[in-house]
Design a protein around this ligand. Structure first.
Ligand SMILES: *Cc1c(COP(=O)(O)O)cnc(C)c1O
Length: 237
């Protein structure tokens, strides 16, 4: 059953914030380094606004069309919106004015389109490079071994700024295995910081989700993208 009451969303957020802080402290990190993103796919705008009332300051959107239909209804004061879904190039122009970061950059043709559309509205778009860390056929993202070269190529595009890495690792039920992928992502971020000239702003690691965020935080996650654990199971119609 999908939890819909405002109290359950508020309780879920409170519990997650406590768990995130605890995981950060366990890892010797400052809890302020980790931001809880509410992933809104399939969730009505009213419920997203309840999450914002309960302290959420960052939303994650998967689909351009869904963002366009809910955007006006969101209580956006003090809230950032990031795009986290697979991005079709022809949708970029619909979202560049609505989001402050795109997590799912995975090919140069998309980089070119973001650069062009950001320039058209006189902005610089923050982006993350999506890495297919488990080398899965079904997932987008560059391979880990391609990531450093790809990150350097981004420097040729002035209206786009590389801020870090994103991954959706293979689902595994075991914390040791989860940690394997997250620690590889963390190592890759360090490598990219070392090999890019403009590396001062490369500091974002967008990794954990509802089922694995504790392991992600242990290995450097700065954004955890959480849907189910806030809003309940998704209902796809
Ligand atoms: C849906 C989604 C999430 C959230 O997944 P949950 O398991 O519901 O927390 C995170 N990241 C991306 C890219 C997603 O599409």
């Amino acid at each position: 059953m999908k939890e819909k009451s405002s109290s359950s969303i508020a309780e879920n957020i409170k519990r997650l914030q406590d768990e995130i802080a605890e995981a950060a402290i366990q890892a010797g990190r400052d809890p302020k380094e980790v931001t809880l993103m509410a992933v809104t796919k399939t969730v009505p705008a009213e419920e997203v606004n309840l999450a914002i009332d309960s302290g959420i300051t960052l939303l994650g959107e998967n689909r351009a069309q869904e963002l366009e239909s809910k955007f006006l209804a969101y209580d956006k004061e003090g809230v950032d919106i990031h795009f986290i879904g697979h991005m079709q190039s022809n949708k970029v122009r619909h979202i560049v004015d609505k989001v402050t970061m795109i997590h799912s950059v995975d090919r140069i043709s998309l980089v070119k389109e973001i650069d062009k559309r950001a320039r058209a509205i006189d902005t610089v778009m923050d982006v993350l490079l999506q890495v297919n860390i488990g080398e899965e056929e079904s997932k987008s993202g560059v391979l880990a071994k391609e990531a450093v070269d790809f990150s350097k190529r981004l420097q040729e595009y002035p209206n786009l700024r590389l801020r870090g890495l994103m991954a959706i690792p293979p689902w595994v039920d075991n914390q040791n295995q989860q940690e394997h992928y997250f620690s590889k992502m963390n190592e890759l971020l360090v490598d990219i910081q070392a090999k890019n000239r403009d590396n001062k702003s490369i500091d974002v690691l967008s990794t954990g989700m509802s089922g694995d965020f504790i392991a992600a935080i242990k290995h450097g996650a700065t954004i955890v993208r959480i849907g189910t654990a806030i809003f309940g199971e998704r209902e796809y119609s």
